[in-house]
Ligand binder design. Structure first.
Ligand code: SME
Length: 164
């Protein structure tokens, strides 16, 4: 890939379908030809941060030896290791399914990395039947994420399978 500047601007008024199509295309462009997973997760975390309104944390946890380990992210410093099955991220990793949580305080075992977080979306990245990482998004607004957000991030997760 040639050295280039990227100019990603959030059009918060655009319909979600357009924003997620744009996010997917931008992510694809950012990771094209780059084999380093950390570099790719770092750029995609920054891209999500700029593309999704109303969030206070966006990033990755990688599945390593049966636990989740913090990866590249944007937001406040966060918990480093999360056992599979614990909290929202651990539930996504243990079940291999998206966790759409309208009220994190009502979620058993929720791990409060940032006291401001009210709702959360976690989407697993699955390669050859194995959860390799999760994408985690937090919002300070209750019930901030909906099925369209979940679908948008599930699409992004399939794009990112190739980086692991
Ligand atoms: N709230 C998450 C922990 C990760 S932080 O939100 C970044 C959870 O319960 O899994």
């Amino acid at each position: 890939m040639p050295l280039a500047m990227f100019d990603f601007t959030l059009d918060a008024d655009a319909p979600k379908s357009e924003r997620y199509a744009e996010l997917a295309a931008s992510a694809q462009a950012l990771i094209a030809g780059e084999p380093d997973a950390v570099a790719n997760m770092a750029n995609v975390a920054a891209l999500i941060w700029l593309s999704v309104p109303g969030i206070n944390w966006a990033g990755f946890y990688r599945a390593i030896d049966g636990e989740l380990v913090l990866g590249p992210f944007a937001g406040k410093p966060a918990c480093i290791r999360i056992p599979f099955g614990q909290g929202v991220c651990g539930a996504a990793a243990a079940t291999g399914t998206t966790q759409l949580v309208e009220d994190v305080h009502a979620f058993p075992g929720h791990i409060a990395c940032d006291a401001a977080s009210q709702s959360e979306l976690v989407v697993p990245i699955i390669v050859d039947g194995q959860v390799r990482a999760v994408i985690d998004l937090d919002s300070p607004h209750p019930a901030h994420f909906d099925q369209e957000d979940a679908a948008g991030f599930e699409h992004l997760a399939t794009i990112l399978e190739g980086i692991f």
